[in-house]
Design a protein around this ligand. Structure first.
Ligand code: F6P
Length: 349
């Protein structure tokens, strides 16, 4: 039976296991045998003492055990060495030894770059966008994004209830290193008053003035949703110098964080209290929503069908609500659109 392989790479995202399951079901349907590569591209580098630590033959039994699990059963990793051409040659050798003639890569842009390089070396590859950040321009959604947003929405709703009970504003930090999509969607869905993202430069004083306006109108639960990467788009602000007179323990040169930002806003807005929550990895390590699971199901099926038809060097995505595929290089060349209109709408109400 011809072999295909599947790996998950980069930050884990809800739905990765569901996508692997879909690849497995479709491989079985087409009479292909499936090898699961462990820890992303690392599993192709022959570094483990036991081969079973690097890859595993996936049978129905294995797949049934992982289908509904959060996280990624195959494990994942970021493999910087893969930038080195010699390392990639080694990976190709491993794939030849395993008789693999098609590889499905579930990951983000870095993983897709690796896939493109493997295609150049003659390994047919198909990419499925697995990242909560939704930072890939060519697709309307990435696997895990919907789940991450839902986790954040549940958290912010709960936070807004307790904020209102105590009459105190709250800073909530969500993930998104370079992309504010999770923050924007969370703020929109929860009716949060302020959103701060990496794509738009901002000043602490402007956010404080904005928050003050809400407080003056009696909105004591006003919520500031910030994307993790927004501290880099902030105009320079010396937290130490600002908080020192209040006896707040901050050391010189320390960067802004959600917690420090809440302290600063509290003082600038004359509030008795302000709090912060960093939602963090709960956004990644949970079971996928139905929407993500459905995308995983369709993407896994499309990946296997493409390989079966001899089509490769493609990534799968969603356009106008439908699953589609396009060449990896063209997909990676697309520029992400930032929804300025929505950003302004949330911040201006
Ligand atoms: O890419 C997904 C993501 O969760 C980002 O939002 C975040 O910046 C990063 O991964 C965190 O990565 P790590 O798992 O290495 O801490």
């Amino acid at each position: 039976m011809p072999n295909i392989a599947v790996l998950t790479s980069g930050g884990d995202s809800p739905g990765m296991n569901a996508a692997v399951m879909s690849v497995a079901r479709n491989a079985a349907y087409y009479g292909l045998s499936l090898i699961g590569i462990k820890r992303g591209y690392n599993g192709l580098l022959g570094r483990s003492k036991n081969p079973e630590d690097d890859y595993v033959r996936m049978h129905l039994d294995t797949v049934l055990d992982i289908a509904d699990l959060p996280g990624t059963w195959l494990r994942t990793a970021r493999c910087r060495e893969f930038l080195d051409p010699e390392v990639r040659e080694r990976a190709v050798k491993t794939l030849h030894n395993l008789d693999v003639n098609g590889l499905v890569i579930i990951g983000g842009d870095g993983s897709f770059n690796g896939a493109m390089r493997l295609c150049e070396l003659g390994v047919p590859c198909i990419g499925i966008p697995g990242t909560i950040d939704n930072d890939l321009a060519y697709t309307e959604m990435t696997l895990g994004y919907d789940t991450a947003v839902n986790v954040c929405v549940d958290a912010v709703r709960a936070i807004r209830a307790t904020s209102r009970s105590h009459d105190r504003p709250h800073v909530v930090e969500v993930m998104g290193r370079d992309c504010g999509d999770i923050a924007l969607a969370t703020a929109e869905a929860t009716g949060s008053e302020i959103v701060v993202v990496p794509e738009v430069k901002w000043k602490v004083d402007d956010v404080a003035a904005q928050l003050n306006r809400h407080i003056a109108q009696g909105n004591t639960r006003a919520t500031v949703v910030v994307a993790e990467g927004c501290w880099r788009s902030m105009a320079p602000f010396d937290v130490y110098k600002f908080l020192l007179p209040y006896g707040k323990e901050v050391y010189q040169g320390e960067p802004m964080t959600a917690n420090r930002f809440a302290s600063v806003l509290k003082r600038k807005c004359g509030m008795i209290e302000a709090r912060s929550t960093v939602i963090g990895y709960t956004q990644r390590g949970c079971s996928p929503t139905a929407r993500d699971s459905m995308f995983a199901f369709e993407a896994g099926a499309m990946a296997v069908q493409l390989l079966k038809q001899g089509i490769s060097n493609q990534v799968i995505g969603v356009k106008n609500g439908r699953t589609f595929h396009m060449p990896i290089d063209k997909a990676l060349a697309e520029k992400k659109h930032f929804n300025k209109k929505l950003f302004r709408l949330i911040n201006s109400l």
